[in-house]
Design a protein around this ligand. Structure first.
Ligand code: ADP
Length: 262
């Protein structure tokens, strides 16, 4: 028997299966698009086909994330805060216990405080402003005419100080970035500046709930090693990034499915 976590985010759908011993057996990521239900159902279908697992062998599906209520076949829905905490508790098993989660998604960012047992004690969310989210990175990649996945590496190649970006609004930041490039600043320094500007926004958000070590950074933008470095620097603490940071919440959903529908 398998248990499924389905995280329907504003930008990406993440589906993950665990077996009865709570081990991850497979996962898949697809674009959310405008047809939440159809895209989620299709992604699940292709994950099952690729792994050779029958739909009847999936004992339960827990959906989570922004579009969680739109997947009608889900056996249970839980908030992405609860699911993210459950995933983080698994990743922080043993001595690497997690106390704070910083999650940056495609269109929002949140900071979650965990208690000693891995439960949620507090959280704060920004879903009003694109600065400090994956959207900002997408805008930056577009201006730089490079792939989103290149930004991290280019940051780590920066030789100068990170360029200063003062605007807190994406639209104004976009003009500021273009001006910096026009003034001849190295692209790498500008990219590092962009990451530091996102990191500073996240730190301001995090201060509202407090940051306790150990800090886990997850969500798709955590794939960007430059952003992770900037976040650690601005927080003045080590930041743990899981190997596959985009699927932590789906993992939490699958673990909750296993526990609820054993
Ligand atoms: P949501 O749950 O809100 O849909 P995700 O956690 O799935 O968001 O993250 C989606 C975001 O991840 C995208 O908007 C994009 O900015 C970012 N992202 C995806 N892949 C990469 C990558 N390789 N490097 C950096 N950022 C990435």
């Amino acid at each position: 028997m398998y248990y499924c976590g389905m995280d329907i985010g504003s930008t990406a759908i993440k589906i993950l299966l665990v077996d009865w011993s709570e081990e991850t057996v497979a996962w898949k990521i697809g674009a959310t698009g405008g047809r939440f239900y159809e895209n989620a159902a299709r992604l699940l279908g292709s994950l099952l086909e690729e792994t050779g697992i029958g739909r009847g062998d999936v004992r339960a599906i827990v959906s989570t994330g922004y579009g969680r209520r739109l997947f009608r076949e889900a056996d249970e829905t839980v908030s992405e805060i609860t699911a993210n905490a459950a995933g983080a508790a698994r990743l922080g098993n043993g001595s690497r216990k997690i106390n704070t989660i910083i999650n940056i998604g495609g269109q929002d960012s949140k900071v979650i405080s965990l208690d000693d047992r891995g439960g949620v004690s507090d959280f704060v969310m920004n879903d009003r402003c694109a600065a400090g989210t994956g959207r900002f990175l997408e805008m930056a990649a577009r201006i730089m005419e490079m792939d989103l996945s290149e930004l991290g590496e280019r940051h780590l190649m920066a030789r100068g100080a990170p360029a200063i970006i003062n605007s807190t609004c994406t639209v104004f930041a976009e003009s500021e970035i273009i001006s910096l490039l026009a003034e001849g600043h190295a692209r790498e320094d500008v990219i590092a500046g962009i990451h530091h500007s996102i990191a500073r926004r996240i730190v301001r958000l995090a201060k509202r709930v407090g940051v306790a070590e150990r800090v886990l950074f997850d969500g798709g933008p955590a794939l960007n090693k430059g952003l992770a470095a900037a976040l650690g620097h601005e927080l003045m603490t080590d930041v743990l990034v899981p190997e596959s940071p985009q699927i932590t919440t789906a993992l939490g959903g699958a673990l909750i499915a296993r526990r609820l529908f054993e």
